[in-house]
Design a protein around this ligand. Structure first.
Ligand code: GLY
Length: 400
């Protein structure tokens, strides 16, 4: 009997090993096909984008671009750099450098909290890959600009200006959105790579205040909080891009997941890890997460299962879950990696990935910018492509 059990165990581990190796081969192929595709598509996107601007989306059969002060301006050069990292294509690199050059003036911009998205996804990757000290100077300068938005009494970085849109009419005083967690990566990096610890102090103060106020007991997060900037009192908990104030806007959950995972990377503070794992649990156990793991645009969107999906949220989840898997063990780690893998496989199918030569040059289709603002609905978006390629590179680096 003992012998039989031993033989059975031997066979099942051999079977598991064979399955793993088969899956690794499939993932290697999926990664290389996606980068080959991205390399060609982004040459088309470059042709479709005026030299003084950045790609924004492709709508009604037209490429739409933005000036460099739009919050997404860093994703295009960042994506080109990810393509270069995998392919080593010198033409893609020179395109990335050309686009970085037009972005540089943004380093002194202080009118919103998005400097991390804009300058770290772009210059952060450029410095990581090319080690040009001029790029590092741009990142540190950008962190100084972002730090001017820190409000010490409330211990938050203010997201939006009150002059923006209808915020003044709605009596906002100090709006902070969950997305802001993403901008902390540039601050943490800047402290680590300079003598100025104030950047990390600001990032950690903001992350701590956000844990205290921005989440519900089930770890889902509100989109927008309004603070009294003199006292730190929370005045409102509402949404701007979600379905309702009390709903869970899908991309917002992704920013929280990615943000606290990244904060744990820099600080090793277990509170941040616990927060990221809590957010992961909310997302992965949610009955409204479809089986292909591409979320509806809001977990409480009206019309589910016929509501629109948001591919950009899926890309953010995949990248964040792969990193969270690096700091977690056991069945949670297995689940994080397996869901990320499902997302990457789903996004590589014709349901979500464009056909060559279409989609204005973007890789992925079907993202949602903001339904309440009737803006960028069911279109390609730069950040969906960016976090998709980031996730593929992370998978290659950590799990193959
Ligand atoms: N930061 C804005 C968005 O996620 O749409």
């Amino acid at each position: 009997m003992k012998k039989l059990i031993l033989i059975f165990l031997c066979f099942s581990s051999l079977y598991a090993l064979a399955q793993k190796s088969k899956n690794n081969t499939a993932m290697k192929k999926l990664i290389s096909e996606n980068f080959e595709f991205a390399q060609k598509q982004y040459q088309l996107l470059e042709k479709n984008t005026p030299l003084d601007s950045m790609p924004k989306t492709f709508e009604k059969n037209h490429n739409v671009s933005s000036d460099v002060y739009w919050w997404c301006s860093g994703f295009y050069p960042g994506t080109l750099l990810y393509i270069y990292e995998y392919t080593k294509d010198p033409i893609i690199l020179s395109t990335a450098k050309k686009r970085l050059a037009i972005l540089e003036p943004v380093k002194t911009f202080t009118k919103n909290h998005d400097l991390g998205f804009m300058m770290y996804c772009s210059y952060g990757n450029a410095y990581r890959l090319l080690k040009d000290p001029a790029y590092k100077d741009v990142i540190i300068e950008s962190s100084k600009s972002l730090s001017t938005r820190y409000r010490p009494n409330a211990k938050v970085i203010q997201s939006w200006e009150i002059t923006d849109g209808g915020l003044k009419k709605k009596n906002f005083m100090g709006p902070v959105i969950i997305d802001n967690m993403m901008n902390l990566e540039m601050l943490e990096w800047s402290s680590k790579n300079s003598h100025d610890k104030s950047f990390a102090n600001i990032a950690e103060a903001h992350a701590n205040t956000t844990i205290k106020n921005h989440f519900r007991p089930d770890y889902s997060s509100y989109h927008v909080l309004d603070y009294n900037l003199d006292t730190g009192e929370v005045l409102k908990k509402v949404t701007a891009q979600g379905a309702a104030d009390e709903s869970a806007w899908s991309r917002g959950q992704g920013w929280a997941l990615y943000g606290y995972t990244m904060m744990y990377r820099f600080t090793k503070n277990p509170t941040y890890l616990k927060q990221a794992q809590g957010v992961a649990k909310f997302i992965l156990n949610n009955p409204n997460l479809p089986s292909d793991k591409i979320p509806y645009w809001d977990f409480d969107a009206p019309g589910i299962p016929n509501a629109l999906r948001d591919v950009s949220a899926a890309s953010v989840y995949a990248s964040a879950l792969l990193e969270l898997g690096q700091y977690t063990s056991g069945k949670e780690k297995k689940e994080y990696v397996s869901v990320a893998e499902t997302i990457l496989k789903s996004l590589s199918t014709p349901k979500y990935r464009a056909e060559a030569g279409t989609n204005g040059g973007y890789i992925l289709m079907h993202s949602v910018g903001s339904i309440p603002h009737d803006s960028e609905i069911d279109v390609p978006l730069t950040y969906a492509d960016y976090y998709f390629l980031e996730a593929l590179l992370r998978y290659k680096k950590w799990y193959l």
